[in-house]
Write a protein that binds this ligand. Structure first.
Ligand SMILES: [Zn+2]
Length: 102
């Protein structure tokens, strides 16, 4: 009896790990003018932030090509942001020169 419980529990576990970004078969890419088979689903705002044009749904479905593009763009964005933050003054502190009083 205990064995059965364990079995179903581990089944649920493996399913939970794969929930994010999973797309059912036959779903098409949400990018305007694409229409290939989607592999990944992502929040629309993140996809549009990456510069991809998708419809107004809560989730965007991306085909292999567009997912690659999305990943590339978000990576670039992150690097840019990091760079911007680094030079906006917050991250850089001027070296304080020790003042010697003669
Ligand atoms: Zn596509």
């Amino acid at each position: 009896m205990k064995k059965d419980l364990n079995h179903s529990a581990s089944n649920m576990y493996s399913l939970g790990g794969l929930r994010l970004g999973r797309v059912a078969k036959g779903v098409k890419c949400s990018v305007t003018g694409c229409g290939k088979e989607a592999l990944r689903s992502l929040p629309v705002d993140r996809v549009t932030a990456a510069g991809l044009k998708v419809g107004e749904a809560r989730r965007a479905y991306l085909c292999k090509e567009h997912y690659k593009e999305f990943k590339k763009e978000t990576k670039k964005d992150r690097m840019l942001e990091k760079w911007k933050h680094g030079t906006s003054g917050r991250g850089r502190r001027k070296f304080k020169r020790p003042q010697h009083v003669a």
